[in-house]
Design a protein around this ligand. Structure first.
Ligand code: SAM
Length: 281
C-alpha cells in the first residue's frame, strides 16, 4: 500500500479545455523567470490549471489575478493560495472577460503570463490584440507551429491573418522551445514561449477595420491579394468597389499587382487600410 502513487487531487485532465499541465521543474522555472514577476506588477495568468506557474508568480510578491474555466481546478487553487493576499482567483472564460475590469482594479497595466489552452490560442491572441493598450507585456507558451507563424517575416508562406494582426500590435520575440515531455499528459505537439510587447504609438488605430481587411486579404491563401480583395464582401468589398477594383487600390497604395497577402510588410498594410478608409470620406 505504502508504495502506491498518491492519487492526484485532480485525477484526470480535460482535453476539451486544452489541459496539458507543466510538470518539469526546470521549464517551470524558466518560464517564471521569463515573466520576471516583481512586487508592484499586476500579473494576469490565463488558465493557471494546477498552479505550476502560479506558485512562482505569487511567491514574487506581485499581485496575481488568475482566471480559470475549470471549477475543480479553481477550487484547489483557491485553497492552496488561501493565505496569499496578493492572489486573486477569477472563475470564467478568458474570451468572455473584459481585461479593462481586471486592470482597473489595480489601476495599472497588466503583465500577462500563460501556458495557453492551445485549442483557443487564436481567439485569445485576437483578444489580446484588441485590448493591447491594457497590457505592458505578454509572455505565453503556444504550440510551436503557432509561434513560428506569428514570427514569420514578410514573404514567408507561414505568414497568415494572425501574423499580420500581431505584428501590427506587438513586437514579438521567440524565447525558447519546450518539449512534449515537460507536460502531463504529454501533448502531441512541440511548444514554444514567446514574448509580445505592445506597440502603442497610435491609440486611435481602427483595429476592427484592419481585422476585416486582413481577413479578406487572406481568405484564400493561394490566391493573389488582388483576387481575394476583388471578391470580398461587407465593408471591404464596398470600399474596393468605390475604388473601381482591387487593381486600382493596390496601384494607389504602391503595392505590386500580383502580390500575395503574405508578402506585405506592416507599413504596406497600414497604407492599404488608410486608402480604403479615405475612399469612404
Ligand atoms: N498553467 C497550467 C500549467 O502550465 O500547467 C495549465 C495550462 S493548460 C495548457 C491550460 C489551462 O487553461 C487549463 O487549466 C484549462 O482548464 C484552462 N482553460 C481552458 N480554456 C479556458 C478559458 N476559456 N478560460 C480560462 N481558462 C481556460
Amino acid at each position: 500500500m505504502g508504495n502506491e502513487p498518491q492519487e492526484p487531487r485532480v485525477p484526470f485532465s480535460k482535453r476539451s479545455l486544452g489541459q496539458n499541465f507543466l510538470t518539469d521543474r526546470n521549464y517551470i522555472e524558466k518560464i517564471v523567470s521569463a515573466v520576471d514577476p516583481r512586487a508592484g506588477d499586476h500579473i494576469l495568468e490565463i488558465g493557471p490549471g494546477r498552479g505550476a506557474l502560479t506558485e512562482g508568480l505569487v511567491a514574487s510578491g506581485a499581485k496575481v489575478t488568475a482566471i480559470e474555466l475549470d471549477d475543480h481546478l479553481a477550487d484547489a487553487l483557491e485553497e492552496r493560495f488561501l493565505h496569499d493576499s496578493n492572489f486573486e482567483m477569477l472563475r470564467g472564460d478568458i474570451l468572455e472577460t473584459d481585461l479593462q475590469q481586471i486592470s482597473r482594479a489595480e489601476n495599472g497595466k497588466l503583465k500577462l503570463a500563460a501556458n495557453l489552452p492551445y485549442n483557443i490560442s487564436t481567439p485569445i491572441l485576437r483578444k489580446l490584440f484588441k485590448q493591447r493598450h491594457l497590457l505592458s507585456e505578454v509572455t505565453v507558451m503556444l504550440q510551436k507551429e503557432v509561434a513560428e507563424r506569428l514570427a514569420a517575416a514578410p514573404g514567408d508562406s507561414k505568414r497568415g491573418f494572425l501574423t499580420v494582426l500581431i505584428a501590427r500590435g506587438f513586437g514579438i520575440r521567440r524565447l525558447f522551445e519546450v518539449p512534449p515531455n515537460a507536460f502531463r499528459p504529454v501533448p502531441r505537439v512541440d511548444s514554444a514561449v514567446v514574448r509580445l510587447v505592445p506597440i502603442l504609438s497610435d491609440p486611435d488605430f481602427p483595429d476592427g477595420k484592419f481585422e476585416m481587411l486582413v481577413s479578406a486579404a487572406f481568405r484564400q491563401k493561394r490566391k493573389t491579394l488582388k483576387n481575394n480583395l476583388d471578391v470580398s464582401d461587407g465593408w471591404v468589398g464596398e470600399q474596393v468597389s468605390l475604388f473601381g477594383g482591387a487593381a486600382e487600390l493596390l496601384g494607389g497604395s504602391g503595392i505590386e499587382a500580383l502580390a500575395r497577402a503574405e508578402a506585405l510588410e506592416t507599413a504596406e498594410w497600414t497604407r492599404l487600410l488608410t486608402n480604403l478608409i479615405d475612399r469612404h470620406k
